[in-house]
Ligand binder design. Structure first.
Ligand code: ZN
Length: 610
């Protein structure tokens, strides 16, 4: 575990960002050289980027000129995507096994040898070798191509041997189609790291942010070996807030922690009396959550401000970065405590809420040194604001599947949640004939499939039965009761409400047909929030200037931006997450390169707002 308050060192790393932009200038000339060289020279320069596969560079050459290293990476990836299944399989099979026969025989390419040695794969213990040999054998037999992993990992610093073996074992369970796509993504990640080395690109801003996320990720309510939990107003939560405030000050901002626990950093405009642009996200986590959910959207702008400050650059408005204290609803079952206070919609009745240990929210705040009576004063005056932009990991697989690091959020889905209680007749599982049962669980099963079928009818619509219980059920009794939840979301409200109407009508019809009693409780209804077209345009423009296509997608998950929309215009930038897009899970991951490009885009956006 790192020392939590290594502020000075972090400050220097953050401040080093302006050097990266200069570095980028240097790499641009290298891109320029690649753009201007003959096809043969271009292919020769990119030799070794894709293992034993010069055809990729040869085909991508016709897409020149490339505006940036990112554009070159995307063009190479697009060539592979368009090449067809046989060529893709051949590309995978061109890779060596990890610590495999080629490595032992000294037959690796220079690039592979360096990468494998960097992760200590050339110094395996006999047990590790045996384990890797066994995994290689099983993997090849199952999938028909070698296991491929970018052993330099998401930061480029290298995975541990243990992490490599765990990933290997986990991916053996994947379905073949999923694993083939994952293997190709790993090939692209290997190529990205090799291209960075070739072009002298160092994603230092992204690396700083990932490093900060690691530091915060080690501050947990639970033991570190049971994962990251940072619930509202716990000791870990307060330490996390203090660390964020420390980094903000180190980046040249003023910072304070407000009465609800939000960490508020401010980077003043050159002129007094300017309006404020707000950005940020939440720093609390779910139980056993990921390190980037929420935190990325706080730390990325703080790292950018460190660069602005080091260069003496001011923006034409006050920039405020807020680490919202609570979004996930873990401790008090109530979400958005931080952003609703800023938006002026904090429900003071919540101060009387109890956590699982019987601690009042009011007392938890007071214990942490906060004055609950000061919460209403946190609310902002909308007339002083230019808007709110939130950077967040996507928490889904859409960007990953499309091979894009960033996307512009079009809308945050609204949601409808219900609890359904079904009552049948509990009866003997052996003596009740099938046509004489009133089985509450069988009715629930029909409802689960109904939700799946109806919500598959429109692309932005999703529906989930996440809770399904037979209270007091036993193996030899026909279920007399069943309880289930419905969660239905869509980026536009008419689509969602139409689906809810259809589903509830069909639930009633199922219950009537089966002789089942039905009680329905509405738990939640939140309207969708559309992102502001003007801010989306600016984000889209920044994406294109960074060499990326603009890609818009709705957010199925709720975010602080939903509450901030009560104050004015909001926008969101999604960043790709790896490992199949998994989030709310320790496997949540993202790369330093993606964080870095998100930083470039956000900085460009900051400079074009207003
Ligand atoms: Zn989040």
């Amino acid at each position: 575990m790192r020392a939590p308050l290594a502020g000075d060192m972090r400050r220097r790393r953050g401040a080093a960002y302006h050097v990266t932009l200069d570095d980028l200038g240097v790499s641009m000339t290298t891109i320029q050289r690649l753009n201007e060289s003959s096809v043969d020279d271009f292919v020769a320069s990119l030799h070794g980027i894709y293992e034993h596969s010069p055809w990729i560079a040869a085909q991508a050459a016709s897409a020149r000129p490339f505006a940036s290293p990112t554009a070159l990476k995307l063009a190479l990836q697009a060539t592979v995507s368009g090449a067809g299944a046989d060529a893709q399989l051949a590309l995978l099979r061109a890779h060596p096994e990890l610590a495999g026969k080629a490595a032992i025989a000294g037959e690796l390419t220079a690039e592979s040898r360096g990468e494998q040695a960097g992760s200590g794969l050339d110094r395996c213990s006999p047990d590790d070798y045996a384990r890797l040999h066994d995994l290689n054998r099983q993997y090849n037999a199952r999938f028909g191509f070698p296991f491929i992993l970018a052993v330099k990992g998401p930061t480029g610093q290298g995975l541990t041997r243990q992490a490599i073996i765990e990933t290997f074992a986990r991916r053996l369970d994947n379905a073949r189609g999923d694993e083939l796509r994952e293997a190709l993504r790993q090939v692209h990640r290997i190529a990205e790291i090799r291209l960075n080395a070739l072009l002298g690109v160092t994603p230092s801003l992204g690396a700083t942010v990932i490093d900060w996320c690691e530091t915060l990720g080690a501050i947990s309510d639970s033991d570190s070996d049971t994962g990251l939990t940072c619930a509202y107003m716990t000791a870990a939560h307060q330490r996390t807030a203090a660390q964020i405030a420390d980094w903000m000050r180190g980046a040249g901002m003023t910072a304070h922690i407000d009465a609800v626990g939000n960490v508020v950093g401010r980077y003043a405009a050159a002129q007094a009396g300017a309006k404020t642009l707000m950005t940020g996200s939440h720093y609390d986590t779910v139980r056993n959550g990921g390190k980037y959910d929420g935190r990325l959207g706080i730390l990325l702008p703080v790292a950018l401000v460190a660069g602005l400050h080091a260069r003496g650059e001011r923006l034409p408005y006050d920039l405020e970065v807020i680490g919202f204290a609570e979004e996930e609803g873990v401790r008090y079952q109530s979400t958005f405590l931080g952003s609703s206070a800023v938006a002026g919609s904090f429900d003071l009745a919540l101060l009387g809420a109890l956590d699982a240990d019987g601690v009042l929210l009011r007392d938890a705040l007071a214990h942490a040194g906060h004055d609950p009576a000061a919460i209403p004063a946190i609310a902002r005056d909308p007339s002083t604001l230019l808007g709110f932009v939130e950077v967040h990991i996507e928490q889904g697989p859409v960007l990953l599947e499309r091979g894009l690091p960033l996307g512009v959020v079009s809308a945050i889905a609204g949601s409808s949640r219900y609890l359904v209680e079904l009552t049948g007749v509990a009866s003997h599982a052996g003596t009740t004939p099938m046509d004489m049962r009133r089985d509450a669980a069988a009715a629930a099963a029909e409802i689960v499939l109904l939700v799946e079928r109806r919500c598959a009818m429109q692309p932005s619509l999703v529906g989930t039965v996440g809770r399904l219980e037979v209270p007091g059920g036993s193996v030899n009794v026909v279920p007399g009761a069943c309880r289930l939840s419905l969660d239905i979301r869509a980026a536009d409200d008419l689509t969602r409400l139409a689906a809810v109407d259809d589903i509830l009508a069909e639930v009633s019809a199922i219950c009537v047909r089966r002789g089942i009693g039905e009680k329905l409780y509405k738990l939640l209804e939140i309207d969708a929030v559309a992102c502001a077209p003007g801010l989306m345009e600016r984000l889209g423009g920044a994406l294109e200037r960074a060499g990326l296509p603009r890609f818009d997608l709705p957010s199925g998950a709720g975010h602080d931006a939903m509450r901030m929309a009560q104050l004015g215009d909001v926008a969101m930038l999604f960043v790709r997450c790896g490992n199949g897009g998994i989030s709310h899970n320790p496997l949540e991951t993202m790369t330093a390169d993606d964080a870095d490009i998100a930083g470039q885009v956000l900085l460009d956006f900051f400079r074009t707002v207003c």
